[in-house]
Structure formats: structure tokens, C-alpha cells
Write a protein that binds this ligand. Structure first.
Ligand code: ZN
Length: 262
């Protein structure tokens, strides 16, 4: 149980309360009726994913550490570099891993089956950030830890990234109106809500862009960057194409990976 990070849930609860208030007073898009119904589904998925991680965190972490040790090299942690530089490089490499896994989640059908649950949200707000199928939460945590262990990334980098990612993912999914000049400046150093909203577009070309988690540079370097949605942020359609006719719900989201692909 000590392998489970309870602090992230307390931190997210604080972020949720703050951002829900900010979204209410300064929304980027007008929220449709029934917003609390879908927010309930998103938060339930977060809770079940958390329960699953509480159950499997210890064996997953132990397996990753053993796998890393079996490779017989220290990786970045053993490099002859100042500690602070190793920590910064480690944080950047975790973000590259997240970009790669996110891109793979769109390209590999087995991973997309789970990831489509995140994209099935027909709106976009702070609760969308935690709308992930519990199996995806477990699979991505295991893959991330294995890759980090294989590269020998410092543990401090992983812990630092976990906090940064939680704060940032809540922010970049928030339905918050950020002044456009601020957005233009911010998206040189981090993924902004406007940038990430493009990724939640119903259009395939826009949905298959802006995979970045915290830093926007990998999308620009690897030509998956899309600046703005073709229909504009107010009129763009969010979610999965041909999916809106089906009612959203917790059990539908849980069963979605096992049904017909959207
Ligand atoms: Zn995605």
C-alpha cells in the first residue's frame, strides 16, 4: 500500500475545485446541459482506475525495478553528469515517453480500444483529464515505468514529472478562456488548453495531432503539431465521430474497449 501515491488524489481534488470555479466564470466554450452527468462518469472512471492502481502498484513497480536491474547498466542515473542535469534530462525523457505512448495509443488498435474512452467525452473540461479506462491507466503506468527503468531515469525525475503532469493535465483540459496573446506565448513552453483541445476534435486529422503531454516541442519536431481547429474553438466538434447518438454512461465507458471500434 505504501507504493500507492495517495497524494495525487488530494492534489487533484484541490485542482478540480479551483478549475471548476474558473471554468464557470471564464469558460472558453459554452458548456451544454447535463455537464454534471458526464463529469460524474469521468470521476467514477478516475476512482475505479485509482482502486485498480492501489491493487497493482506494488507488483508493477517491483517488476519494473527488476527488469531495469536485469539490463546490467545504470543508464542516465549512472552518467557522469551533474545531478541537476540528470534530473532535468530525466523529466524531458519521461515526457518523450509519454508523447510516444500517446501516439502509439492512437496507432495501435489494442491501445486505441482503451484510449478511445478518453476521446469519447463529448465535451472538454477539467474532469476530461481523468477520464481514462482503468485498464489503460494500468497499462500505461506499467509501460511508462518499464521504459523509465530501461533508460535508468533518476527516481527524482519520475516523482517530479508525476506532480508536474497531474497539475498540467488538469490545466490543459480545462475549459478556461486564456487570452490569445498569452496562449500564443505559453504554447512555446507548454501544451495549452487550446492546443490540446485540437487533439479532442472529432476530425481524424486534428485528433491525430498534438500528442504532447506537458511540453509542445515533440509535436513541432515530429510534425504532429496543429495550431488551431479548422472550424474554430467555438464550432469544432469534440469526441468520437458517429458516437454522439449513443448515451454516455459509466458502464458504457467500461465496456467500450470490448465493443466495435469507433
Ligand atoms: Zn489521445
Amino acid at each position: 500500500m505504501e507504493h500507492f501515491d495517495w497524494g495525487q488524489y488530494a492534489l487533484f481534488a484541490v485542482l478540480l475545485c479551483v478549475l471548476v470555479v474558473v471554468e464557470h466564470f471564464w469558460p472558453r466554450r459554452k458548456m451544454s446541459g447535463g455537464a454534471w452527468g458526464r463529469r460524474r462518469v469521468n470521476l467514477l472512471l478516475y476512482g475505479v482506475g485509482g482502486l485498480l492502481m492501489w491493487w497493482v502498484a506494488e507488483p508493477v513497480q517491483t517488476a519494473a525495478v527488476r527488469m531495469g536491474a536485469s539490463l546490467g547498466w545504470a543508464g542516465l542515473a549512472g552518467a557522469a553528469l551533474p545531478d541537476i542535469l540528470k534530473i532535468v534530462i530525466g523529466v524531458l525523457l519521461v515526457d518523450v515517453i509519454q508523447y510516444a505512448l500517446h501516439r502509439a495509443s492512437h496507432a495501435i488498435p489494442l491501445l486505441w480500444r482503451m484510449h478511445q474512452v478518453h476521446h469519447a467525452d463529448a465535451a472538454f473540461d477539467v474532469t476530461t483529464s481523468v477520464r481514462h479506462h482503468p485498464l489503460e491507466v494500468m497499462a500505461l503506468a506499467a509501460l511508462t515505468l518499464m521504459l523509465c527503468a530501461a533508460l535508468g531515469l533518476p527516481l527524482v525525475s519520475l516523482l517530479l514529472y508525476a506532480v508536474l503532469q497531474l497539475v498540467h493535465t488538469a490545466f490543459c483540459h480545462a475549459n478556461v478562456a486564456i487570452p490569445l496573446p498569452w496562449d500564443r506565448a505559453l504554447r512555446w513552453v507548454m501544451v495549452t488548453p487550446d492546443m490540446h483541445r485540437v487533439h479532442h476534435s472529432e476530425r481524424m486529422d486534428e485528433g491525430n495531432s498534438n500528442f504532447g503531454m506537458i511540453f509542445p516541442w515533440w509535436d513541432r519536431l515530429l510534425r504532429t503539431y496543429c495550431a488551431q481547429p479548422a472550424l474554430g474553438h467555438q464550432d469544432m466538434h469534440l469526441g468520437l465521430a458517429n458516437d454522439s447518438a449513443r448515451p454516455d454512461g459509466f458502464w458504457r465507458a467500461v465496456c467500450q474497449p470490448f465493443g466495435k471500434l469507433s
